[in-house]
Design a protein around this ligand. Structure first.
Ligand code: RBF
Length: 171
């Protein structure tokens, strides 16, 4: 990936000055396991700011649980005209008897929202066996999945609106 920086300590992603001023990011957060999803959200906000965007370019929405994330993502796109969405949730298997069904529905639903609207949607949903595994993924031994999902969606946005340095030659 090529690009100039606006980021502090992060791999640079190449956006124009106009893009930096006008792009809007939607964050949709599930309120279930909110101690975890609040930190996922904090990580997403951090990455957005570190890449040179402003907090007033963020639109945030809370939904009750992860199952509601795809619809929340769609509302952010349709009613708030965001350019990309990061969906943040935490499904804990031990506490969620229908864990497999919800996980499957959320991942398929988020993918469908992205494909049907053309707006990049990142999957920032933890699917873990217990709370310790969730904590490992919000800045512990397994990284920070809110930060990583936001990096991913920014990289997708840069590909969607390429500047010359972003274009990878097919030849
Ligand atoms: N939502 C989550 O985001 N994470 C969970 O771990 C979670 N566990 C649930 C466990 C049960 C037994 C139920 C009924 C719901 C759970 N939900 C969870 C909420 C779910 O995503 C959704 O909000 C509700 O099923 C209402 O549509």
């Amino acid at each position: 990936m090529s690009g100039i920086s606006g980021a502090q300590g992060r791999k640079a992603i190449d956006f124009s000055t106009q893009q930096r001023a006008s792009l809007k990011l939607g964050l949709v957060k599930a309120e279930w396991n909110s101690q975890i999803t609040d930190e996922l959200t904090a990580g997403a906000q951090r990455v957005w700011l570190e890449h040179g965007f402003k907090s007033d370019q963020l639109v945030e929405m809370n939904v009750p649980g992860s199952f509601e994330l795809p619809l929340g993502a769609r509302w952010l796109i349709e009613h708030h005209q965001v350019d990309a969405v990061v969906a943040l949730g935490c499904l804990i298997k031990g506490e969620t008897p229908h864990f497999e069904y919800i996980s499957q529905a959320v991942s398929t639903g988020l993918m469908q929202v992205g494909l049907s609207t053309g707006v990049p949607v990142a999957f920032g949903v933890l699917t873990v066996l217990n709370e310790a595994q969730a904590r490992d993924r919000i800045g512990g031994s397994q990284g920070h999945k809110g930060e990583e999902a936001t990096e991913t969606v920014l990289r997708m946005l840069a590909q969607k609106y390429p500047r010359t340095t972003n274009i990878v030659s097919a030849s």
